[in-house]
Design a protein around this ligand. Structure first.
Ligand code: SF4
Ligand code: SF4
Length: 713
């Protein structure tokens, strides 16, 4: 990563105002959004939006033609271009032809995208933003940090300072007073403006109309007071029918600001008369800027379904820590990473794509049904394809792709790490440049005997009817073999014999999440050969990341690379794969496994691992099993927010991972539960290591360990 990028992360993390404001907002947002969607079938709504926007993305040319025809028939002038420079020149020409000296603008990300304001100001035209947030950042000389709330990173005190300078009067941070000052300053600007520039939330081909959605009413003044109105609209805003507006309007305010309705919805269909009776000039610019290329890409086409609500930013654990400015360009957060890669160039996303921890929280709430983390992974894959794998990673992958060497090195590491573990199960300090890795979190000591050796010493009952192949994954195999032993004990009790094929190796997730799909594909082939060699009823894993690899990602990795040879076997493996808690819940429900009942084991809280909850949708089975075993479940605040582990993320960006972990530890401790359970050994590593350094004494366990102790004899 570039030094400057790392420095910007550091600045953001040390900006208490920024992290405080975003943290508070995101906590309240989650609750308020849920309330705003009460009684609405969100899945149905977003499927409808995805369908209508997906249709538009497949018919861009046709809808643009129709929009132009219908808007021009109503008296608008429509200008279409792929080139941002031509948009700027067109606006300047209209301004110069009409002697425009002053412009008022309502919030428009499209004009931010083409850096319109400095261009017009350089030509001697005064440009005034009229959305309160946009005006604040204009005065501060900054760019928006959030698509919907551009000045969310600033405190009211900072705003008071800015306004004080502007009006030459010492103002306090009293918000109603500041709003009054802004209104007072804005009115004369509206009245003297010769031109208004807006964006457009929706462009309807059927009627040639544009819809504008605002909370402050400023867009109405921008579009109606000056004699000339120019709307700059990205072609992703096109929809076919007027009725397509309804689902978007239902989702946009709820997703953006958790409101049931936005205060002002304006639909502009052709120019309207001015107060002197003359007709207004209405120009609509349909701007492409690589959008049609994105729509033509089979994977990235779905990014055209974005309605620019920013809910993906509001729920992102990384965004709420570092804010928008570290993303550098106009668009921020996960979707901003994708848009930057297209509107700018792939290389521009090189650093910022690394910010995504792949937790999937954004995908869950996106009303456009966009797989944001999936597209960021695709960006990583394309970057690796374009630029190759960095030398250090290449050496690591060479080892990971050679199972014997990889496992041999892990065994050797067990010995090498012994001095740092000092006889405990933790490595609490590492020397020199590795010190960051144990900052706020101890690491697990590598087991002296990996599970693959322990397994050979386990005596399973004879004559068990069913067979399950156990895929341990690197962490259970080499750091937590006791979890593997617990799993064997439970399955044996249910009459299932456990098989452990020695040929299994890394699931490929670390390589895949870094874009090295070829490496991940090699891992997939090795694992397919090993795991399908025995005829078994199930392939079970107690690591959700590994389960997702076996269940989804082997197939998608081969598909992305166009490799067909191993696809049928990858699908066969996927069909047999099941996560630990789901299988155990099934066995309990079928009466094949009995937990000791009627015991009172006390309070427990549960941390949702991202992959278990969001990809495997298996967040309830572990809760039900733990309660059945006699635990009293005390849900923690934000139980499904990432713990900051993210595989190699916590090693690459420990400065981001550490504060996320601290928040998680606080939420766990606030429940008062002496035990926290989870289904992922990676989360155990992160949270157990954090608790070790925190000293709070909360026990951290994988569900498998807790259930193994509660089996009926
Ligand atoms: S990607 Fe989805 S959540 Fe993010 S701004 Fe677009 S529509 Fe909203
Ligand atoms: S997957 Fe998680 S970290 Fe990545 S952009 Fe989405 S919310 Fe943010």
């Amino acid at each position: 990563m570039q030094q400057e990028f790392k420095a910007s992360i550091d600045r953001a993390l040390h900006n208490a105002n920024l992290t405080g404001a975003l943290g508070k907002f995101s906590e309240a947002y989650k609750v308020n959004r849920a309330k705003a969607y009460e009684g609405i079938d969100f899945e149905a709504l977003r499927s409808r939006i995805a369908e209508l926007k997906g249709y538009a993305a497949s018919h861009l040319q046709e809808l643009s033609d129709l929009f132009q025809k219908n808007a021009e028939a109503k008296g608008a002038k429509v200008f279409r271009t792929t080139d941002p420079a031509k948009v700027r020149e067109y606006i300047l020409k209209v301004a110069q032809d009409n002697g425009v000296k002053s412009i008022v603008k309502s919030k428009s990300m499209a004009t931010e995208e083409i850096h319109l304001n400095p261009f017009l100001e350089k030509a001697g035209i005064e440009v005034n933003e009229t959305d309160l947030g946009e005006w604040i950042i204009q005065l501060a000389g900054q760019t928006p940090s959030h698509m919907v709330m551009p000045a969310i990173h600033m405190t009211k005190e900072e705003v008071a300072d800015l306004f004080s300078k502007e009006v030459d009067e010492r103002l306090t941070s009293d918000i109603p007073r500041l709003v009054k000052v802004a209104r007072g300053e804005m009115r004369p600007k509206f009245l003297k403006a010769d031109m208004g520039i807006s964006g457009g939330n929706i462009a309807v081909a059927e009627t040639g109309s544009i819809a504008l959605v605002t909370n402050e009413g400023n867009a109405r003044l921008v579009t109606s007071l000056p004699k000339i109105h120019i709307a700059v609209v990205g072609i992703e805003k096109l929809v076919a029918k007027f009725s397509d507006i309804a689902p978007i309007l239902k989702a946009l305010p709820r997703s953006a600001t958790a409101q049931l309705l936005t205060s002002y919805v304006s639909i502009i269909s052709g120019p309207t008369p001015n107060s002197d009776g003359s007709m207004k000039e209405l120009h609509i610019i349909l701007m492409d800027n690589h959008r049609s290329e994105m729509a033509a890409d089979p994977m990235f086409k779905e990014a055209m379904q974005c309605i620019r609500c920013a809910s993906c930013l509001n729920v992102c654990p990384i965004f709420r820590l570092v804010g928008g400015h570290v993303f550098g360009k106009v668009y921020t957060g996960g979707i901003g990473t994708i848009l930057t890669a297209w509107h700018d160039e792939l290389k521009s996303s090189e650093d910022i794509q690394g910010l995504c921890i792949q937790c999937g929280a954004c995908k869950d709430v996106c009303p456009g049904k966009i797989d944001i983390p999936g597209l960021i992974m695709e960006i990583r894959r394309r970057l690796v394809k374009e630029q190759g794998v960095p030398f250090v990673q290449k050496s690591i992958y060479a080892v990971v792709n050679n199972r014997r060497m990889f496992h041999g090195m892990l065994r050797a590491a067990s010995l090498a790490a012994k001095p740092f573990a000092k006889g405990t199960k933790f490595i609490r300090h590492l020397p020199m440049f590795l010190a960051d890795l144990t900052d706020g979190r101890s690491l697990p000591a590598i087991a002296s005997k990996p599970f693959r050796d322990v397994f050979k010493t386990i005596h399973q009952p004879k004559g068990l009817q069913e067979k399950a192949v156990f895929y341990a994954g690197c962490l259970i195999d080499f750091a937590y073999p006791e979890m593997g032993e617990a799993l064997v004990k439970i399955l044996n009790k249910a009459g299932i014999e456990v098989l452990f094929p020695e040929g299994q190796t890394c699931c490929g997730a670390p390589a895949r999440y870094n874009g090295a799909y070829e490496v991940a594909a090699n891992n997939a082939v090795d694992n397919i050969k090993a795991l399908l060699a025995d005829r078994a009823d199930y392939v079970i894993s107690a690591c959700p990341t590994c389960t997702v690899a076996l269940d989804h990602e082997f197939v998608t990795t081969f598909e992305s690379l166009g490799q067909r040879k191993w696809l049928p076997q990858a699908r066969e493996l996927a069909a047999k794969t099941i996560d630990f808690s789901t299988l155990v819940k099934k066995l309990v429900d079928e009466g094949r496994l009995t937990l000791k009942e009627g015991r009172q084991l006390g309070k427990i809280t549960y941390h949702d691992s991202c992959h278990l909850k969001r990809t495997l949708h298996a967040d309830q089975p572990p809760r039900e099993l733990l309660q059945k075993a006699g635990y009293e479940l005390a849900e923690m605040f934000e139980c499904d927010i990432c713990c900051g582990m993210g595989g190699s993320y916590s090693l690459k960006l420990p400065e981001i991972s550490a504060p996320i972990l601290q928040r998680k530890l606080k939420n766990i401790k606030d429940t008062g539960a002496p035990v926290v359970a989870m289904d992922c050994p990676g989360c155990v590593m992160q949270i157990r290591g954090g608790m070790d350094q925190d000293g709070a004494g909360v026990k951290v366990h994988h569900t498998v360990e807790l259930l193994a102790d509660q089996l009926e004899d």
